[in-house]
Design a protein around this ligand. Structure first.
Ligand code: TRP
Length: 362
């Protein structure tokens, strides 16, 4: 059986560098590897609504932003289906059945949901939909019989929960669902890119993001004001690499070719790091190098985005086609699920025959 990818993002804002290294870049590579029979990339608007019920406009406006970001990064609609979650009603039906297979205690233990509840300051007022979104995410993944979910490590608990649901479903109703695996980025610095302020995560609410759609000038400003080592005051001072996000970003984005091109005094990142640690290397020089590396990567993305921005109708057409394909796939799974759960009454000739027999001979 061919391998199938499903992955996605909540449309709550434009995508940033954290999304790019954590997932987008890898998706494009996977898409072009030819190793996958089908690829589904979902704009998770229904999931975004689980904590934005009062702000559907935000979700609505960001669907196109996320779609533009996907396309400009190199997601190719002839190879990958981009679709919108809420357009696939089968997903909600599936989630409703899965809810019977998960305990409240199990949901309570989900570490990602726990942190998100604290971050959103829900206190005791957690929306039920938000609380149960790991179950809905399990239906997103299994509805497409996905084998592979490329995502950041914050999604690991979701995949774990999905696998548990698959096991439980298959053991009760017979082998039906496919067990998925998460595919993490291979480079450690990419698993969770810190914000430009050095905080653990790049996040819109913290205002520490570099967006894929940022102009060259915004990018330069953001890089030049990035958090480094607060004790590295004079150039000759020895500097610290750990927790210095300029170096974390270089770990994630730079390669030897970049040194040859932009900073030929050094052969590699290791040499640059060693000099910084020894002292005698100023932050500005390192930041200018990082800017050059990022600009080289982002300029073509920005350019492609400009082109797609001129054809918004065309982008909606791409989404509409993606939704059609996705819906057919999900409908097929739902048919299998209903059959396995024996809730396909009208297709169940045997059930009708047995019951007729029973009543006729009574
Ligand atoms: N939870 C993901 C996020 O916050 C979005 C998402 C929804 C997703 N369903 C998914 C990711 C299924 C991977 C697979 O970005």
């Amino acid at each position: 059986m061919g391998k199938v990818i499903l992955t996605g993002d909540r449309p709550t804002g434009k995508l940033h560098l954290g999304h790019y290294v954590g997932s987008l870049r890898q998706r494009v590579e996977l898409q072009n590897s030819g190793l996958f029979e089908k690829i589904f990339i979902m704009i998770a608007d229904a999931q975004a609504l689980t904590d934005n019920a009062d702000n559907p406009e935000k979700v609505r406006q960001n669907i196109i932003e996320v779609a533009l970001d996907y396309l400009s990064c190199g997601i190719d609609p002839t190879k990958s289906n981009i679709f919108i979650q809420s357009m696939i009603p089968e997903l909600t039906e599936l989630a409703f059945y899965y809810m019977n297979l998960v305990t409240v205690a199990r949901l309570e233990r989900n570490p990602t949901v726990k942190t998100e509840i604290v971050m959103r300051e829900f206190g005791k007022s957690i929306p039920v939909g938000f609380y149960t979104y790991p179950i809905s995410q399990a239906s997103d993944i299994t509805a497409f019989r996905a084998t592979t979910v490329p995502a950041g490590d914050d999604q690991e608990p979701m995949i774990e929960q999905t696998r548990e649901i698959v096991h439980k479903f298959n053991s009760i109703y017979g082998e039906t669902l496919v067990e998925p695996e998460i595919l993490l980025p291979s480079n450690a610095a990419c698993k969770r890119l810190p914000g430009t302020d050095g905080k653990a995560k790049m996040s819109k609410s913290l205002g520490n993001c570099i967006y894929l759609s940022d102009s060259s000038e915004d990018l330069r400003k953001k890089v030049m004001s990035m958090y480094t080592d607060p004790n590295h005051i004079r150039v000759e001072d020895p500097g610290c690499i750990e927790g210095n996000c300029v170096f974390t970003y270089l770990d994630a984005f730079s390669c030897c070719d970049h040194f040859a091109e932009f900073l030929p005094d050094y052969a590699s990142l290791d040499e640059l790091k060693a000099h910084y640690q020894r002292g005698g290397l100023g932050d500005v020089k390192v930041k200018k190098f990082l800017y050059a590396v990022l600009e080289e990567m982002l300029a073509p993305i920005r350019q492609r985005r400009k082109e797609y921005e001129q054809d918004i109708e065309g982008v909606y057409e791409i989404l509409k086609k993606g939704c059609q394909v996705a819906r057919e796939e999900a409908a097929e799974t739902l048919e299998m699920v209903r059959r396995a759960m024996k809730i396909n009454y009208f297709e169940d000739a045997e059930l009708i025959r047995q019951q007729s027999e029973m009543y006729r001979t009574k």
